[in-house]
Ligand binder design. Structure first.
Ligand SMILES: Cc1cc2nc3c(=O)[nH]c(=O)nc-3n(C[C@H](O)[C@H](O)[C@H](O)COP(=O)(O)OP(=O)(O)OC[C@H]3O[C@@H](n4cnc5c(N)ncnc54)[C@H](O)[C@@H]3O)c2cc1C
Length: 447
Protein backbone atom coordinates (compact mmCIF):
# COMPACT_ATOMS: atom_id res chain seq x y z
CA UNK A 1 0.00 0.00 0.00
CA UNK A 2 1.39 3.45 -0.76
CA UNK A 3 0.88 6.53 1.42
CA UNK A 4 -1.53 8.18 -0.98
CA UNK A 5 -3.73 5.10 -1.21
CA UNK A 6 -3.79 4.85 2.58
CA UNK A 7 -4.57 8.54 3.04
CA UNK A 8 -7.52 8.51 0.64
CA UNK A 9 -8.94 5.36 2.27
CA UNK A 10 -8.61 7.03 5.73
CA UNK A 11 -10.57 10.05 4.47
CA UNK A 12 -13.25 7.83 2.91
CA UNK A 13 -13.66 5.75 6.09
CA UNK A 14 -13.59 8.83 8.36
CA UNK A 15 -16.24 10.72 6.40
CA UNK A 16 -18.52 7.68 6.28
CA UNK A 17 -18.15 7.22 10.05
CA UNK A 18 -18.82 10.88 10.83
CA UNK A 19 -22.03 10.71 8.78
CA UNK A 20 -23.12 7.66 10.78
CA UNK A 21 -22.84 9.47 14.15
CA UNK A 22 -26.28 9.47 15.84
CA UNK A 23 -28.18 12.75 15.66
CA UNK A 24 -28.05 14.96 18.78
CA UNK A 25 -31.68 15.98 18.28
CA UNK A 26 -32.96 12.67 19.66
CA UNK A 27 -30.91 12.98 22.87
CA UNK A 28 -31.70 16.27 24.62
CA UNK A 29 -30.07 15.20 27.93
CA UNK A 30 -26.83 14.16 26.23
CA UNK A 31 -26.80 17.40 24.25
CA UNK A 32 -27.13 19.24 27.58
CA UNK A 33 -24.24 17.25 29.11
CA UNK A 34 -22.10 18.09 26.13
CA UNK A 35 -23.02 21.77 26.43
CA UNK A 36 -21.96 21.68 30.11
CA UNK A 37 -18.64 20.01 29.17
CA UNK A 38 -18.09 22.55 26.41
CA UNK A 39 -18.58 25.47 28.83
CA UNK A 40 -16.26 23.79 31.36
CA UNK A 41 -13.59 23.19 28.73
CA UNK A 42 -13.51 26.91 27.87
CA UNK A 43 -13.11 28.15 31.44
CA UNK A 44 -10.19 26.81 33.45
CA UNK A 45 -11.43 28.24 36.77
CA UNK A 46 -14.91 26.80 36.33
CA UNK A 47 -13.34 23.46 35.40
CA UNK A 48 -11.22 23.43 38.54
CA UNK A 49 -14.22 24.38 40.72
CA UNK A 50 -16.42 21.68 39.22
CA UNK A 51 -13.75 19.02 39.62
CA UNK A 52 -13.30 19.91 43.27
CA UNK A 53 -17.09 19.77 43.72
CA UNK A 54 -17.33 16.35 42.03
CA UNK A 55 -14.61 15.15 44.39
CA UNK A 56 -16.46 16.09 47.59
CA UNK A 57 -19.98 14.93 46.60
CA UNK A 58 -19.67 11.40 48.01
CA UNK A 59 -18.47 12.74 51.37
CA UNK A 60 -21.36 15.20 51.82
CA UNK A 61 -24.02 14.23 54.35
CA UNK A 62 -26.90 16.47 53.28
CA UNK A 63 -28.05 18.54 50.35
CA UNK A 64 -27.42 21.63 52.51
CA UNK A 65 -23.84 20.47 52.91
CA UNK A 66 -23.56 19.90 49.16
CA UNK A 67 -24.94 23.33 48.33
CA UNK A 68 -22.49 25.10 50.61
CA UNK A 69 -19.59 23.26 48.94
CA UNK A 70 -20.95 24.05 45.49
CA UNK A 71 -21.40 27.76 46.22
CA UNK A 72 -18.03 27.80 47.99
CA UNK A 73 -16.23 26.45 44.94
CA UNK A 74 -18.16 28.65 42.54
CA UNK A 75 -17.39 31.77 44.59
CA UNK A 76 -13.75 31.36 43.59
CA UNK A 77 -14.62 32.08 39.95
CA UNK A 78 -13.95 35.68 39.05
CA UNK A 79 -16.14 36.33 35.98
CA UNK A 80 -19.26 34.38 36.69
CA UNK A 81 -21.72 33.75 33.88
CA UNK A 82 -25.25 35.05 34.80
CA UNK A 83 -26.56 31.50 35.38
CA UNK A 84 -23.89 30.93 38.04
CA UNK A 85 -24.62 34.17 39.87
CA UNK A 86 -28.29 33.19 39.95
CA UNK A 87 -27.40 29.74 41.36
CA UNK A 88 -25.32 31.35 44.08
CA UNK A 89 -28.11 33.71 45.13
CA UNK A 90 -30.18 30.56 45.70
CA UNK A 91 -27.57 29.46 48.23
CA UNK A 92 -28.49 32.38 50.52
CA UNK A 93 -31.66 30.77 51.90
CA UNK A 94 -32.20 27.35 53.49
CA UNK A 95 -34.82 26.31 50.91
CA UNK A 96 -32.60 27.60 48.12
CA UNK A 97 -29.60 25.68 49.46
CA UNK A 98 -31.62 22.44 49.61
CA UNK A 99 -32.73 22.93 45.98
CA UNK A 100 -29.23 23.80 44.83
CA UNK A 101 -27.67 20.86 46.71
CA UNK A 102 -30.21 18.41 45.29
CA UNK A 103 -29.65 19.74 41.77
CA UNK A 104 -25.86 19.51 42.20
CA UNK A 105 -26.02 15.94 43.52
CA UNK A 106 -28.45 14.89 40.78
CA UNK A 107 -26.16 16.46 38.18
CA UNK A 108 -23.13 14.55 39.43
CA UNK A 109 -25.09 11.30 39.67
CA UNK A 110 -26.42 11.80 36.16
CA UNK A 111 -22.93 12.52 34.85
CA UNK A 112 -21.55 9.44 36.69
CA UNK A 113 -24.22 7.18 35.20
CA UNK A 114 -23.07 8.21 31.77
CA UNK A 115 -19.68 6.63 32.51
CA UNK A 116 -20.47 3.92 35.09
CA UNK A 117 -22.88 1.18 34.02
CA UNK A 118 -23.99 -0.12 37.42
CA UNK A 119 -23.06 -0.45 41.07
CA UNK A 120 -22.00 -4.10 40.55
CA UNK A 121 -21.82 -6.56 37.63
CA UNK A 122 -25.35 -7.86 38.23
CA UNK A 123 -26.78 -4.33 38.21
CA UNK A 124 -24.84 -3.68 34.99
CA UNK A 125 -26.40 -6.61 33.11
CA UNK A 126 -29.36 -4.71 31.57
CA UNK A 127 -26.93 -2.17 30.04
CA UNK A 128 -24.53 -4.91 28.90
CA UNK A 129 -27.42 -6.83 27.28
CA UNK A 130 -28.58 -3.63 25.57
CA UNK A 131 -25.10 -3.04 24.16
CA UNK A 132 -24.88 -6.64 22.90
CA UNK A 133 -28.27 -6.22 21.20
CA UNK A 134 -26.85 -3.09 19.51
CA UNK A 135 -23.91 -5.15 18.23
CA UNK A 136 -21.40 -3.97 20.86
CA UNK A 137 -19.40 -6.31 23.13
CA UNK A 138 -18.06 -5.12 26.49
CA UNK A 139 -15.14 -5.29 28.85
CA UNK A 140 -16.22 -4.79 32.45
CA UNK A 141 -13.90 -2.87 34.79
CA UNK A 142 -14.46 -3.07 38.56
CA UNK A 143 -13.79 0.34 40.03
CA UNK A 144 -12.12 0.32 43.40
CA UNK A 145 -10.39 2.61 45.80
CA UNK A 146 -6.61 2.47 46.16
CA UNK A 147 -5.43 -0.89 47.51
CA UNK A 148 -3.28 -0.30 50.59
CA UNK A 149 -3.64 -3.58 52.49
CA UNK A 150 -3.45 -7.27 51.59
CA UNK A 151 -7.08 -7.65 52.72
CA UNK A 152 -8.17 -5.03 50.15
CA UNK A 153 -6.22 -6.80 47.41
CA UNK A 154 -7.94 -10.09 48.40
CA UNK A 155 -11.31 -8.38 48.33
CA UNK A 156 -10.68 -6.94 44.84
CA UNK A 157 -9.61 -10.40 43.60
CA UNK A 158 -12.77 -11.92 45.11
CA UNK A 159 -14.92 -9.26 43.42
CA UNK A 160 -13.21 -10.11 40.11
CA UNK A 161 -13.93 -13.83 40.55
CA UNK A 162 -17.56 -13.03 41.38
CA UNK A 163 -17.75 -10.77 38.31
CA UNK A 164 -16.47 -13.58 36.05
CA UNK A 165 -19.03 -15.95 37.61
CA UNK A 166 -21.83 -13.44 36.95
CA UNK A 167 -20.79 -12.34 33.46
CA UNK A 168 -20.02 -15.74 31.91
CA UNK A 169 -23.52 -17.30 32.32
CA UNK A 170 -25.24 -13.97 31.56
CA UNK A 171 -23.35 -13.63 28.27
CA UNK A 172 -23.89 -17.33 27.46
CA UNK A 173 -27.64 -16.65 27.51
CA UNK A 174 -27.44 -13.78 25.00
CA UNK A 175 -28.42 -14.29 21.36
CA UNK A 176 -25.65 -15.35 18.95
CA UNK A 177 -23.83 -12.54 17.14
CA UNK A 178 -21.28 -13.91 14.70
CA UNK A 179 -19.53 -10.57 14.27
CA UNK A 180 -18.74 -10.30 17.99
CA UNK A 181 -17.87 -13.94 18.56
CA UNK A 182 -15.13 -14.88 16.14
CA UNK A 183 -12.28 -13.58 14.03
CA UNK A 184 -9.75 -15.18 11.70
CA UNK A 185 -7.99 -16.82 14.69
CA UNK A 186 -11.13 -18.54 16.01
CA UNK A 187 -13.76 -17.97 18.66
CA UNK A 188 -13.73 -14.87 20.88
CA UNK A 189 -14.97 -15.15 24.47
CA UNK A 190 -18.19 -13.22 25.07
CA UNK A 191 -17.48 -12.32 28.72
CA UNK A 192 -14.52 -9.97 29.14
CA UNK A 193 -13.11 -8.43 32.33
CA UNK A 194 -10.42 -5.73 32.62
CA UNK A 195 -8.32 -5.71 35.80
CA UNK A 196 -5.63 -3.51 37.33
CA UNK A 197 -2.52 -5.01 38.94
CA UNK A 198 -2.30 -2.05 41.37
CA UNK A 199 -5.58 -3.28 42.87
CA UNK A 200 -4.22 -6.83 43.25
CA UNK A 201 -1.35 -5.85 45.54
CA UNK A 202 -0.55 -3.04 47.95
CA UNK A 203 3.16 -3.50 47.19
CA UNK A 204 3.46 -2.26 43.59
CA UNK A 205 6.26 0.32 44.03
CA UNK A 206 8.78 1.48 41.42
CA UNK A 207 11.63 1.04 43.93
CA UNK A 208 10.86 -2.68 44.42
CA UNK A 209 9.05 -4.01 41.32
CA UNK A 210 9.82 -7.66 42.13
CA UNK A 211 8.09 -7.44 45.51
CA UNK A 212 4.89 -6.11 43.91
CA UNK A 213 5.07 -8.74 41.18
CA UNK A 214 5.54 -11.58 43.69
CA UNK A 215 2.66 -10.34 45.82
CA UNK A 216 0.23 -9.87 42.90
CA UNK A 217 1.15 -13.12 41.12
CA UNK A 218 -0.98 -15.62 43.14
CA UNK A 219 -4.07 -13.40 42.90
CA UNK A 220 -3.66 -12.79 39.17
CA UNK A 221 -2.91 -16.49 38.54
CA UNK A 222 -6.17 -17.43 40.30
CA UNK A 223 -8.07 -14.93 38.15
CA UNK A 224 -6.51 -16.31 34.97
CA UNK A 225 -7.48 -19.84 36.07
CA UNK A 226 -11.03 -18.75 36.79
CA UNK A 227 -11.30 -16.92 33.45
CA UNK A 228 -10.07 -20.10 31.71
CA UNK A 229 -12.58 -22.27 33.55
CA UNK A 230 -15.60 -20.05 32.71
CA UNK A 231 -14.36 -19.30 29.17
CA UNK A 232 -13.92 -15.55 29.69
CA UNK A 233 -11.24 -13.11 28.49
CA UNK A 234 -9.06 -11.35 31.09
CA UNK A 235 -7.45 -8.05 30.12
CA UNK A 236 -4.77 -6.43 32.23
CA UNK A 237 -4.91 -2.62 32.05
CA UNK A 238 -1.75 -0.52 32.01
CA UNK A 239 -1.31 2.27 34.53
CA UNK A 240 1.42 4.85 35.07
CA UNK A 241 4.98 4.23 33.87
CA UNK A 242 6.34 3.48 37.35
CA UNK A 243 4.45 0.17 37.33
CA UNK A 244 4.81 -0.72 33.64
CA UNK A 245 7.80 -3.06 33.93
CA UNK A 246 6.29 -4.96 36.84
CA UNK A 247 2.89 -5.31 35.11
CA UNK A 248 4.30 -6.37 31.75
CA UNK A 249 6.76 -8.87 33.23
CA UNK A 250 4.14 -10.30 35.59
CA UNK A 251 1.58 -10.89 32.84
CA UNK A 252 4.03 -12.35 30.34
CA UNK A 253 5.59 -14.62 33.00
CA UNK A 254 2.22 -15.96 34.15
CA UNK A 255 1.01 -16.51 30.59
CA UNK A 256 4.23 -18.50 29.93
CA UNK A 257 3.31 -21.02 32.65
CA UNK A 258 2.40 -24.36 31.00
CA UNK A 259 -0.98 -24.65 32.76
CA UNK A 260 -2.10 -21.31 31.21
CA UNK A 261 -0.88 -22.03 27.66
CA UNK A 262 -4.26 -23.34 26.57
CA UNK A 263 -6.21 -20.50 28.13
CA UNK A 264 -7.66 -18.16 29.03
CA UNK A 265 -7.72 -15.58 26.27
CA UNK A 266 -5.79 -12.67 27.82
CA UNK A 267 -4.50 -9.27 26.88
CA UNK A 268 -2.18 -6.39 27.74
CA UNK A 269 -2.08 -2.66 26.91
CA UNK A 270 0.51 -0.73 24.90
CA UNK A 271 0.68 3.06 25.51
CA UNK A 272 1.66 5.03 22.41
CA UNK A 273 2.43 8.24 24.32
CA UNK A 274 5.56 6.57 25.73
CA UNK A 275 8.61 7.33 23.60
CA UNK A 276 9.92 3.80 24.16
CA UNK A 277 6.64 2.08 23.18
CA UNK A 278 8.12 0.72 19.90
CA UNK A 279 10.75 -1.14 22.01
CA UNK A 280 8.02 -2.49 24.27
CA UNK A 281 6.25 -3.80 21.19
CA UNK A 282 9.49 -5.50 20.06
CA UNK A 283 9.61 -7.30 23.43
CA UNK A 284 5.97 -8.35 23.25
CA UNK A 285 6.41 -9.65 19.70
CA UNK A 286 9.54 -11.62 20.69
CA UNK A 287 7.61 -13.12 23.62
CA UNK A 288 4.64 -14.05 21.40
CA UNK A 289 7.00 -15.70 18.89
CA UNK A 290 8.54 -17.84 21.66
CA UNK A 291 5.33 -18.61 23.55
CA UNK A 292 2.68 -20.29 21.44
CA UNK A 293 -0.78 -19.93 22.97
CA UNK A 294 -4.07 -21.41 21.92
CA UNK A 295 -5.69 -17.96 21.95
CA UNK A 296 -3.22 -15.29 20.75
CA UNK A 297 -2.40 -12.49 23.20
CA UNK A 298 -4.63 -9.45 22.62
CA UNK A 299 -2.79 -6.12 22.52
CA UNK A 300 -4.96 -3.08 23.21
CA UNK A 301 -3.27 -0.01 21.77
CA UNK A 302 -4.07 3.25 23.61
CA UNK A 303 -2.40 6.66 23.76
CA UNK A 304 -2.21 6.63 27.57
CA UNK A 305 -4.32 8.09 30.36
CA UNK A 306 -1.57 9.47 32.64
CA UNK A 307 0.03 12.12 30.41
CA UNK A 308 -0.05 15.02 32.91
CA UNK A 309 1.17 12.72 35.70
CA UNK A 310 4.14 11.47 33.65
CA UNK A 311 5.17 15.01 32.66
CA UNK A 312 4.89 16.44 36.19
CA UNK A 313 6.62 13.44 37.79
CA UNK A 314 9.57 13.66 35.38
CA UNK A 315 9.95 17.43 35.79
CA UNK A 316 9.80 17.16 39.59
CA UNK A 317 12.66 14.66 39.61
CA UNK A 318 14.67 16.30 36.85
CA UNK A 319 14.24 13.21 34.63
CA UNK A 320 13.79 13.38 30.88
CA UNK A 321 10.11 13.30 30.01
CA UNK A 322 9.17 9.71 29.01
CA UNK A 323 6.09 10.72 26.99
CA UNK A 324 5.87 12.64 23.73
CA UNK A 325 5.30 16.31 24.42
CA UNK A 326 3.69 17.19 21.09
CA UNK A 327 0.27 15.63 20.64
CA UNK A 328 0.94 15.12 16.91
CA UNK A 329 4.05 13.03 17.73
CA UNK A 330 1.95 10.81 19.99
CA UNK A 331 -0.73 10.47 17.29
CA UNK A 332 1.85 9.65 14.59
CA UNK A 333 3.43 7.01 16.86
CA UNK A 334 -0.05 5.56 17.45
CA UNK A 335 -0.44 5.15 13.67
CA UNK A 336 2.98 3.51 13.27
CA UNK A 337 2.26 1.08 16.14
CA UNK A 338 -1.19 0.34 14.69
CA UNK A 339 0.39 -0.75 11.44
CA UNK A 340 3.06 -2.87 13.15
CA UNK A 341 0.42 -4.59 15.26
CA UNK A 342 -1.80 -5.28 12.25
CA UNK A 343 1.17 -6.71 10.36
CA UNK A 344 2.07 -8.97 13.32
CA UNK A 345 -1.18 -10.95 13.10
CA UNK A 346 -1.91 -13.85 13.63
CA UNK A 347 0.82 -13.81 16.31
CA UNK A 348 -1.35 -11.31 18.22
CA UNK A 349 -4.93 -10.07 18.21
CA UNK A 350 -5.25 -6.30 17.81
CA UNK A 351 -7.59 -3.94 19.65
CA UNK A 352 -7.41 -0.23 18.82
CA UNK A 353 -8.80 1.86 21.70
CA UNK A 354 -9.36 5.50 20.78
CA UNK A 355 -12.13 8.06 20.33
CA UNK A 356 -10.09 9.95 17.77
CA UNK A 357 -11.83 9.57 14.42
CA UNK A 358 -8.51 10.00 12.58
CA UNK A 359 -6.71 7.30 14.63
CA UNK A 360 -9.65 4.89 14.30
CA UNK A 361 -10.16 5.55 10.56
CA UNK A 362 -6.43 5.01 10.04
CA UNK A 363 -6.63 1.59 11.74
CA UNK A 364 -9.66 0.50 9.69
CA UNK A 365 -8.15 1.74 6.40
CA UNK A 366 -4.73 0.24 7.12
CA UNK A 367 -6.27 -3.12 8.03
CA UNK A 368 -8.29 -3.22 4.80
CA UNK A 369 -5.34 -2.22 2.60
CA UNK A 370 -3.18 -4.88 4.27
CA UNK A 371 -5.82 -7.39 3.13
CA UNK A 372 -7.30 -7.94 6.61
CA UNK A 373 -11.00 -8.64 7.14
CA UNK A 374 -12.92 -6.14 9.30
CA UNK A 375 -13.52 -8.93 11.86
CA UNK A 376 -9.76 -9.20 12.44
CA UNK A 377 -9.65 -5.75 14.02
CA UNK A 378 -11.30 -4.88 17.31
CA UNK A 379 -12.18 -1.25 18.03
CA UNK A 380 -12.65 -0.24 21.65
CA UNK A 381 -14.37 2.79 23.19
CA UNK A 382 -15.01 3.96 26.74
CA UNK A 383 -18.62 3.89 27.88
CA UNK A 384 -19.85 7.49 28.16
CA UNK A 385 -17.11 9.07 26.06
CA UNK A 386 -17.16 6.95 22.94
CA UNK A 387 -20.84 5.99 22.70
CA UNK A 388 -21.52 7.83 19.44
CA UNK A 389 -18.36 6.51 17.81
CA UNK A 390 -19.12 3.00 19.06
CA UNK A 391 -22.60 3.05 17.54
CA UNK A 392 -21.33 4.50 14.27
CA UNK A 393 -18.71 1.73 14.06
CA UNK A 394 -21.20 -1.02 14.91
CA UNK A 395 -23.68 0.34 12.36
CA UNK A 396 -20.86 0.19 9.80
CA UNK A 397 -20.42 -3.54 10.46
CA UNK A 398 -17.19 -3.21 12.51
CA UNK A 399 -16.34 -5.16 15.65
CA UNK A 400 -16.68 -2.90 18.70
CA UNK A 401 -16.15 -3.38 22.42
CA UNK A 402 -17.16 -0.81 25.05
CA UNK A 403 -15.09 -0.58 28.24
CA UNK A 404 -17.70 -0.45 30.99
CA UNK A 405 -16.74 0.60 34.53
CA UNK A 406 -18.84 -0.85 37.34
CA UNK A 407 -18.91 0.41 40.93
CA UNK A 408 -20.54 2.81 43.33
CA UNK A 409 -20.36 6.55 43.09
CA UNK A 410 -17.62 6.88 45.71
CA UNK A 411 -15.37 4.37 43.95
CA UNK A 412 -16.22 6.01 40.64
CA UNK A 413 -15.20 9.54 41.56
CA UNK A 414 -11.52 9.27 40.59
CA UNK A 415 -12.55 7.61 37.34
CA UNK A 416 -15.20 10.25 36.66
CA UNK A 417 -12.84 13.16 37.28
CA UNK A 418 -10.17 11.58 35.01
CA UNK A 419 -12.71 11.16 32.22
CA UNK A 420 -14.07 14.70 32.64
CA UNK A 421 -10.54 16.09 32.53
CA UNK A 422 -9.87 14.09 29.40
CA UNK A 423 -13.04 15.36 27.78
CA UNK A 424 -12.33 19.00 28.52
CA UNK A 425 -8.53 19.03 28.01
CA UNK A 426 -7.07 21.42 25.48
CA UNK A 427 -5.35 18.75 23.43
CA UNK A 428 -8.11 16.26 22.99
CA UNK A 429 -9.91 15.06 19.90
CA UNK A 430 -13.25 15.01 21.73
CA UNK A 431 -12.82 18.63 22.85
CA UNK A 432 -11.97 19.67 19.26
CA UNK A 433 -15.03 17.80 18.01
CA UNK A 434 -17.25 19.45 20.67
CA UNK A 435 -15.90 22.89 19.64
CA UNK A 436 -17.05 22.24 16.08
CA UNK A 437 -13.63 21.86 14.38
CA UNK A 438 -14.23 20.99 10.69
CA UNK A 439 -14.19 17.33 9.72
CA UNK A 440 -11.34 17.88 7.23
CA UNK A 441 -9.18 19.16 10.09
CA UNK A 442 -10.26 16.36 12.44
CA UNK A 443 -9.23 13.79 9.82
CA UNK A 444 -5.95 15.48 8.83
CA UNK A 445 -2.74 13.45 9.25
CA UNK A 446 -0.87 14.21 12.51
CA UNK A 447 1.72 16.92 11.78
C1 LIG B 1 -11.33 1.05 25.67
C2 LIG B 1 -10.24 1.88 26.26
C3 LIG B 1 -9.38 1.34 27.19
C4 LIG B 1 -8.34 2.12 27.73
N1 LIG B 1 -7.44 1.53 28.59
C5 LIG B 1 -6.38 2.25 29.02
C6 LIG B 1 -5.34 1.66 29.80
O1 LIG B 1 -5.38 0.47 30.15
N2 LIG B 1 -4.30 2.44 30.18
C7 LIG B 1 -4.18 3.76 29.80
O2 LIG B 1 -3.19 4.41 30.14
N3 LIG B 1 -5.16 4.34 29.07
C8 LIG B 1 -6.24 3.63 28.67
N4 LIG B 1 -7.21 4.24 27.91
C9 LIG B 1 -7.25 5.73 27.76
C10 LIG B 1 -6.42 6.18 26.58
O3 LIG B 1 -5.06 5.97 26.90
C11 LIG B 1 -6.59 7.67 26.25
O4 LIG B 1 -6.38 8.44 27.40
C12 LIG B 1 -7.91 8.07 25.73
O5 LIG B 1 -8.48 7.08 24.94
C13 LIG B 1 -7.76 9.35 24.90
O6 LIG B 1 -7.08 9.08 23.68
P1 LIG B 1 -7.85 9.20 22.27
O7 LIG B 1 -7.05 8.57 21.20
O8 LIG B 1 -9.22 8.67 22.48
O9 LIG B 1 -8.02 10.78 22.08
P2 LIG B 1 -7.03 11.91 21.58
O10 LIG B 1 -7.73 13.17 21.92
O11 LIG B 1 -6.60 11.71 20.17
O12 LIG B 1 -5.72 11.76 22.46
C14 LIG B 1 -5.65 12.23 23.77
C15 LIG B 1 -4.40 11.59 24.31
O13 LIG B 1 -3.23 12.14 23.64
C16 LIG B 1 -2.15 12.18 24.55
N5 LIG B 1 -1.73 13.58 24.65
C17 LIG B 1 -2.46 14.66 25.04
N6 LIG B 1 -1.73 15.79 24.99
C18 LIG B 1 -0.49 15.42 24.53
C19 LIG B 1 0.72 16.14 24.24
N7 LIG B 1 0.81 17.47 24.42
N8 LIG B 1 1.77 15.44 23.78
C20 LIG B 1 1.70 14.10 23.59
N9 LIG B 1 0.58 13.36 23.86
C21 LIG B 1 -0.49 14.02 24.31
C22 LIG B 1 -2.67 11.64 25.88
O14 LIG B 1 -2.35 10.26 25.93
C23 LIG B 1 -4.16 11.85 25.79
O15 LIG B 1 -4.89 10.93 26.60
C24 LIG B 1 -8.22 3.47 27.34
C25 LIG B 1 -9.08 4.01 26.39
C26 LIG B 1 -10.07 3.24 25.83
C27 LIG B 1 -10.95 3.86 24.78
Amino acid sequence: MNDQELESEIQRVGLALSRAFPSRRGHPIRALDERAMEIASQDAELRAALFRFVDVVPACRSTDDLASHLTGFLEEIHDQPPSLSAAMRLGNTKAGRAALGAAGAAGVRHMAHRFIVGSDPRAALPTLRGLWRDGIASSVDLLGEATVTAAEADRYAERCVAALDTLAPAYAAMAPDERLECDGCGPLPRANLSVKVSALTPLLRPQAPDRGKRDAAPRLRELLRRAASVGAHLHIDMESLDSREAVLELVLELLSEPELATGPSAGIVLQAYLRDSPDTLDRVLAWAQDTPREAPLVVRLVKGAYWDHEVVEALQHGWSVPVFERKADCDANFERLTRRLLEARPLLRVAIASHNLRSVSHAIACNRLLGGADCDLELQVLRGLGDDLGHALATGGLRVRAYCPVGDLVAGMAYLVRRLLENTANESFLADQAHGVAIEQLLAPPA
